[in-house]
Unconditional design. Sequence first.
Length: 638
Amino acid sequence: MEITYFERVAYREPAVFWVFKERIDTILASLDNIRSIDDIMEVYNVAEYIENVDAIDGMLEQDKPQYRAHLPSLKRKIGEYFNNITANNFDEQIKNMDTHYARDFWCIMCSFKKIDKITRDKFKRYLDENPHHVDDILAQKDLSKRFSDVIYQHLLEQPYAIRFLISTLFERQRQPQPIVYVRQTFSSELLKALYIAYIESEHPHINMLKLLRVSQNDMQVGLDDEVRLMAKRKEQVLIDELSKSASAIHTDGKIGVSFRDADKISELITENGDKIVVYDRRWIYENTDYPTLLNNFIYMFGYTDLHFRSSFPINRHQISALEDVFTVKGIKTYRDSTTFSVMTDFCSLQMRAYLIELQRIKTDIESIFKWFFEDYLPSEFSVTGFSYNIPSAGTSYLEKCKNIASEMERVLKQYRLYSKYGSIDAELFEMSSEHIVFSQLSSLQEKKYVYAKSDNVIRCANDLFSNQMLCFSDDGLLNGYDNFSEALLTLGKIDKTLLDRDFQIEALQRLIAFGAISEVDGFYVINNPNAIILKHLFDKEVLCYSYCESLQGRLDSLISSGDLSEGITLFSVPEQQYLDFILNKATYSDGLDLRNKYSHGTTSTNEAEHLENYLEFLKIMVLIIIKINEEFCLKFPK
């Protein structure tokens, strides 16, 4: 029951203090018997624990002064021990110390100015014998500065330890990490050399290579295009080797798209072991008018739901617990979900297959786009000024990508003028050179979107619609339900005695306070409309105010109370984030950056890659059309 850094810093739960109280009291009562380095390191941790006694929720206020009274004797004991550490007995102390005390040991050594007497040879020997302690070293500014050359040489000789530097600089950490002095210890040139040494080492980890590849260039820490390209190439080599390995696990499960004569508009079938989504070809051949061909993206392909919320953005609830733990995440990366990648590829398959069907009825998809802006909007809503230029017949996919990237910018600027002035002035449009920012495109509605504003609302949504609430409810009655909401709706009510764990009671009280459930005669029952609001937020992270007429009163109340917030933009926040991921790289380091690539000419010569990018552009152009059409339908409902 030793008390270490992790117990005294990482946890402030009330129960933790009582777990260690007996051990703390034992140490305080036996200071005269402290002999070994491990003993004194535990004394140090007890002193640190008591130093922060006010943050320990589990300790009674009247007990805190008596613990604080021990601090002087604890610190005196630590001082006496470390004053006796010299260059001569340093090796023996390190040899006898439990390695999990290393970080605290070096902290004390620095505070007592003991590192000045340690030679470089001794320090190098310590690193050689403890090659994975670089993080402990770099947590001490003075130590890492004094021995920077020794540390650097050690990293070159032990490239495995460079993983720590890469993770510290570029990985999104799940918990707050101790401060380390990487930037202050090494110059950008030295850091770049370390990255290259790691990439070229015998066993680089594929996750670390991915971090280097997807992170944004940062010259201050030595990450540039050259390093990222080297990481990308080495990552691909490892992927190829893994795919050829006899130990690699492969799956034959695939998902495809097929157009054929069918009894249903769309249907999922299994064919030769593969999952195939079959769409009715006759529907397309019998409904070749442009409005229907556009509506197919909503009602046949599901590009949006019936509230016109896009299905493209990543959904944080699609990320499994295992995937969240084991997937490496860059500080500014977007793609963290296998489900998101699969759905992205599937939507591209839909678009590719649909283009073939449109060719069979001699229809060009961008001609439909042109019709929408130049014919449909004027005739349906008397909105003029929009224009769309289609590429010439036989144009390469490279040129098509360049053209649609430009036309996308054109129609969004035209929409921005309309939303601001109520009309599109052609001369004012031609003078506009301002870059489009998706978050700054305003809706034509006074209230468009509603989001969770407080953390409490997000927790309530997770409580009601994730399976966490049903964990450890092992009586059998609640087994087989995916989430608490499903159990409530199916059973009608749930006996409160079935959910009596502390975390369950806390969540239930939170749901009752929000109004999503009620306690009636010893049973829990679900409440609408609050439960419906949480369902929207759990599934899509956003509600569309106009389509929630029965909920609007409650929404207004929750907005006033600060639980929810409203937005008046053309695209919802998840949609803005998705568009930034596909088109830019300023927000997400792993963004596809398609808009800038085709605007600045930094594209490849691979026509197959341009086809894939063209499909992405088409998907986004369809989404833009859906959102603009929605705006005018809401503005001119008649």
